[in-house]
Design a protein around this ligand. Structure first.
Ligand SMILES: C[S@@+](CC[C@H](N)C(=O)[O-])C[C@H]1O[C@@H](n2cnc3c(N)ncnc32)[C@H](O)[C@@H]1O
Length: 275
């Protein structure tokens, strides 16, 4: 990992009495970086969404497909906001499998992610991790570790994956995205996943259980999700469920949405290019 000296003495202050998004998500994926309170949160969600693990894996599928696609378009630097705890096939591993020279800067507002990320990335000079908050775009754009890894004069793969559902519409999270996109040059990509609201009961169950477990986790209509792309043109097929998203295979026969399994209709994904 690149030298992230100003935080070298950083000792995270974990509150293990309350579940956090990063740790509950880790628990849903079967990870070990979580505490009893997080596992209780994950178990509570599972009472409403029995296939929560598969739904989380579906979000990871959306992450992998988007990163592979963007890397294949020649993007060699990724800013992954809401990085989460390390798991299988992390962004740097997916991007560097396409382009070994790809750089990745992870950003998360939960200090536990920094602690675990540093252990994973200790030997990777092309990857950094910064503690900063999407709610405060300058905390990301002016972060020294972000600026060491990401060159804002060259196209960037901006990722906001598995994060938007945690913001209430009243917070107007699109404004934060616009501020970050404004700092990214032409030719950059925005890759996003979010909880879908297309009229299926499992989507409503996801929202209800997440709000109960975490206090947030709202579903959005495709129009609401698309609005977060700030008018950038989405690459075909536009917004879709990860199992149906094949931007490089326009003629591929797709499983009809009504025949997808319930957990495959929780997440929608999209990738847009800044002209
Ligand atoms: C559900 S996880 C998603 C992890 C990964 N991106 C994925 O899709 O698999 C959401 C992550 O966003 C982080 N997060 C929540 N609010 C945030 C904020 N305001 N700014 C930055 N990160 C945030 C959480 O700590 C958590 O690690």
């Amino acid at each position: 990992m690149a030298d992230t000296d100003d935080n070298a003495e950083f000792v995270p202050d974990f509150d293990i009495s309350k579940p956090t998004i990063a740790r509950v998500y880790d628990a849903t994926l079967g990870g070990k970086d979580n505490f009893a309170v997080d596992r209780e949160g994950a178990a509570m969600i599972a009472t409403y969404v029995p296939k929560i693990r598969e739904a989380s894996q579906d979000n990871r599928l959306g992450l992998k497909k988007g990163v592979e696609y963007v890397a294949r378009q020649g993007i060699d630097q990724f800013l992954d906001i809401g990085a989460g705890l390390p798991t299988m096939e992390n962004t740097h591993q997916v991007a560097q499998a396409v382009n070994p020279n790809a750089k990745v800067c992870y950003v998360d507002n939960d200090p536990i992610v920094l602690a675990h990320g540093r252990a994973l990335l200790a030997d990777n000079e092309s990857t950094a991790i910064a503690t900063a908050d999407l709610r405060d775009p300058p905390s990301i754009l002016n972060h020294p570790d972000v600026n060491k890894m990401i060159d804002f004069d060259r196209p960037i793969g901006l990722m906001i994956v598995g994060l938007m559902m945690h913001f209430h519409p009243g917070e107007e999270p699109g404004n934060w995205i616009r501020e970050i996109l404004d700092a990214c040059p032409s030719g950059s990509y925005l890759h996003m996943t979010d909880f879908a609201n297309t009229g299926y009961p499992e989507q409503v169950a996801m929202e209800k259980s997440c709000i109960q477990a975490l206090g947030n986790g709202w579903i959005r209509t495709p129009e609401e999700i698309e609005a977060h792309f700030q008018g950038l043109p989405l690459v075909p097929p536009g917004l879709d469920y990860p199992t149906r998203w094949f931007p490089e295979e326009p003629d591929r026969e797709l499983i009809p949405v009504e025949d997808l399994e319930e957990h495959q209709r929780i997440i929608m994904m999209g990738v847009a290019r800044k002209p």
